[in-house]
Design a protein around this ligand. Structure first.
Ligand SMILES: N[C@@H](CCC(=O)N[C@@H](CS)C(=O)NCC(=O)O)C(=O)O
Length: 205
């Protein structure tokens, strides 16, 4: 049986969601950060970066959450990857954008506001990163104009990967209520059974 390492409340969350979309059975490997299990020699054999998530499928191991999602879709639900070369490439485009462009400022703000003690917080950095978000959210909102999904008129890893990053902004209290296309898209996707199961798993963890 496949095993996913990491908490559903972390970057691993999007892999739990994909596992639920694929409808496969899986085990969960809990990693205790306080005990620094992610830096243990045993875990470093799974991921030399010392980070979660990692997916183990028999002898095969893979890290990086969106690469894991791609592997899961290739193995169990290829329709999540897009239907033709152009759709598949656009699914990659949105996934790379989510990780390289959108997630970076969000995570930098998250680290400052959640992990750095108030007296040591770099508010200049927070402001600089906050200033990047409206432009990025506008790109997403405009791309969703008149559409239910980002690519090819059907739910794909583009939607899953991008929404999994957008959702992190709830933790940093970024208000995106003025982006109506994003809100409609989020509402529609959050009605999916797999999404509801993923949210339940997250809440229980
Ligand atoms: N780009 C990686 C990021 C993984 C990542 O940063 N994971 C965090 C938890 S959300 C982690 O394990 N941090 C431990 C550390 O950096 O030491 C992915 O998407 O899988």
């Amino acid at each position: 049986m496949m095993k996913i390492y990491g908490s559903p409340k972390s970057s691993a969350g999007r892999c739990f969601w994909t596992l639920e979309e694929c409808g496969v059975k899986y085990e969960v490997g809990k990693i205790d950060f306080r005990q620094r299990e992610h830096k243990s020699p045993e875990f470093l054999k799974l991921n030399p970066n010392g980070k979660i998530p990692v997916l183990e499928d028999g002898d095969f191991k893979i890290w990086e959450s969106m690469a894991i999602n791609s592997y899961l879709a290739h193995s169990h639900l290829p329709e999540l990857l897009g239907s033709d070369i152009k759709s598949k490439s656009l699914v990659n485009q949105w996934s790379f954008w989510a990780l390289a462009e959108l997630q970076d400022p969000i995570i930098q703000i998250f680290i400052q506001l959640i992990f750095v003690p108030e007296e040591k917080r770099n508010y200049d950095l927070v402001k600089k990163m906050q200033d990047k978000l409206p432009v990025l959210f506008q790109v997403l909102d405009s791309s969703l104009e008149g559409k239910d999904f980002l690519v090819g008129g059907q739910f794909s890893l583009a939607d899953l990967n991008v929404l999994s990053v957008v959702e992190i902004t709830k933790e940093i209290k970024f208000d995106y209520s003025k982006y109506s296309n994003i809100l409609n898209w989020e509402k529609q996707i959050s009605g999916r059974d797999a999404y509801k199961r993923y949210k339940h798993i997250q809440a229980e963890s």
